[in-house]
Design a protein around this ligand. Structure first.
Ligand code: PLP
Length: 379
């Protein structure tokens, strides 16, 4: 790290936040690193590699087809472009100009979210249906026109109050042959969740590798074979060697990343997840033991979810509530000092609480965090 720090300014961070793109996603396992080193030894044709890894992924989840992508956001972009251009090479070249194509993508008003931006980037026009008061089948029916190329449905918002559920959306979309895209980026545990959206009728599903121990810039899209073929039509391969200047050329991938996406997935599907959770719980216990009795700190064992909520189970987080008058420092002050230390410690801070999330921490880092918090509080 010495050289990386001094030469390239890569300042090491102890990541007590969990999986965040800006912090680098997850930590690759030795097995994944080894697979990347191995594929580095030889060249492979990326078209066939994407086909065969896609087949393997599809087989894991009973989907018709799949394809590795540089992340879930890229999967949304490529999936949308595929719904616009289909198998037509000229259309792939023409995007983001959608002249002559179906170009509207529907989204429930209460489903607007950060990554719907990836839909609009293709040139598609994102159109809301429903209102703030709720969404009915009727709203969807009225929003459907000849111009609709796709409906996007984020999995984590599927049960939004007043929203239209996936089954109802699929039922209507089917009769009009409009593909339904479910962004299930972090629906990777319990494992059954991953394949559940295609089983429920979604035509395309995106998953992010960052959430299952894969590369930060990795993920995949799966669903109907014809649509995955259309994804190939807009993705990067055969841009130089073929006849079509395909839309998704900038979303290209390394063979090392492609292999990392499937190797990490293979490990994730075969991992002892009870043991994984037991490890987090032990780390939480260890940190809790180090900090118990510290004046001004109240400790609680919690589960910090991917959508940033604190639940009870399975424990992966020590939630520290800071009473400023007793502790002599606020939660924000504590978080700042953790971040300003060497190495910096990034933790989740909200109001009077600091959360230490174990998802990507090792035992040594947990001890370092405990020591640092004690040091700051006793200063
Ligand atoms: C992280 C995330 C994405 C983007 O995934 P990347 O693999 O980082 O591109 C999309 N949707 C949701 C819900 C996410 O949490």
């Amino acid at each position: 790290m010495e050289n990386l720090t001094t030469k390239f300014g890569a300042k090491p961070v102890i990541n007590a936040c969990g999986i965040y793109t800006d912090l680098g996603g997850s930590r690759l396992s030795p097995g994944v690193m080894q697979a990347m080193a191995e594929i580095n030894q030889s060249f492979v044709q990326l078209g066939p590699l994407l086909d065969s890894t896609g087949e393997w992924i599809a087989g894991q989840f009973d989907a018709e087809a799949a394809r590795v992508t540089p992340g879930a956001a890229a999967a949304i972009m490529l999936g949308t472009a595929a719904c616009l251009a289909g198998l037509d090479g000229d259309r792939s070249e023409q995007l983001p100009d959608t002249t002559g194509m179906k170009s509207r993508v529907l989204i429930q008003k209460c489903h607007r979210y950060k990554y719907d931006r990836q839909v609009s980037m293709t040139g598609a026009r994102l159109t809301e249906y429903g209102s703030d008061d709720g969404v009915s089948s009727r709203d969807l029916e009225e929003a459907i026109s000849e111009d609709v190329a796709m409906i996007i449905h984020p999995a984590h918002l599927d049960e939004s109050p007043g929203g239209l559920g996936l089954e109802e959306v699929v039922a209507l979309a089917r009769t009009r042959e409009i593909p339904v895209f479910v962004d299930a980026a972090y629906m990777v545990y319990p494992l059954e969740l991953i394949g559940s959206y295609t089983a429920r009728g979604a035509d395309l599903v995106s998953i992010s590798a960052k959430y299952y121990g894969g590369p930060n810039a990795g993920g995949f899209i799966m669903g109907r074979r014809k649509l995955i073929d259309a994804v190939s039509n807009v993705h990067f391969t055969a841009y130089e060697s073929g006849t079509v200047l395909k839309y998704g050329r900038p979303l290209k991938m390394d063979r090392q990343t492609i292999i990392a996406v499937v190797t990490a997935l293979d490990e994730w599907l075969n991992m002892d997840h009870d043991a994984r959770h037991a490890r987090y719980a032990e780390q939480v216990d260890a940190l809790s033991d180090m900090l118990s009795g510290t004046p001004g700190l109240t400790l609680a064992k919690k589960f910090f979810t991917m959508d940033e909520k604190f639940l009870d189970d399975p424990v992966n987080t020590l939630l520290v509530t800071v009473d400023e008058s007793t502790a002599g420092i606020s939660a924000a002050g504590l978080a700042d000092q953790l971040m300003d230390g060497e190495p910096c410690i990034a933790a989740i801070q909200e109001n009077d609480q600091v959360a230490i999330v174990m998802d990507v921490l090792n035992d040594q880092e947990v001890r370092e965090i405990g020591g640092r918090i004690r040091e700051i509080l006793s200063a």
